[in-house]
Design a binder for this molecule. Sequence first.
Ligand code: AMP
Length: 265
Amino acid sequence: MRVLDRGDQLRKELDAARALGRTVGLVPTMGYLHEGHASLVRRSVAECDVTAVTVFVNPLQFGPTEDLDRYPRDLPHDVEVAAAAGADLLFAPPLEDVYPGGRPAVTVHVDGFDDLEGASRPGHFDGVATVVAKLFNLAGPCRAYFGEKDWQQLQVVRRLVEDLSFPVEVVACPTLREADGLACSSRNARLSPEERSAAAVLYRALCTGAIAKAAGECDVAQLMANMVAKEPLAVLDYAEWRPGRLLIAARVGEVRLIDNVEVPG
Ligand code: AMP
């Protein structure tokens, strides 16, 4: 696996691969790679000839009071995980390469995502859409792998691709979980041992909610909220039903976690 730090290098590599008739898979991440990321990389490796993982902690998608500075980073570890999962390229650009001058003059806004994460994190999805548009332009025609863990983000990216006609096929990948159900996340590394066990309440609430919903229960949001309320280390942000999905966000200690599950039927 080769590590690149300039956008023009990435473009050149992937153009050259496509010129040889190879298909390209792109796995955008913010690094501190875990098994969830690795599952996306393995899926891309299985389905594409060349897989490029991107590692960039995008300041644009963090609010002024959020955890940008405390977001975990470990590039040597990311290189190991991406290589072990079979990636061919790892693109880890410095801020200046992505946003000359530190901030972009052009940003992308996808309408219609102002609830849930959009409400709790104003501007977050603009940051996501802007960096993803940039990465898609650098990468060129490809399949792009995104996790269902970030459910709304996945819908934002789908809409971005559709409306701006990016030559990208978005591939949704299932959420990888720890043994107790907690969704793998880079932020889990910031949980104390007590918070780490408390964090399992998110998935427990989602599962209980999904069973209740399938049984015809209407107020599953309240049910999930009650479960989280019983966990002293967790503070609920939202627990909501949307057609086909239950979504939850909570703070465990200082760490904000999100998760969601499908509700069949
Ligand atoms: P992040 O580094 O958190 O921005 O995530 C990069 C990509 O990995 C996104 O598409 C996420 O949805 C996906 N991802 C993060 N956690 C998981 C997980 N536990 N299972 C599957 N995909 C994940």
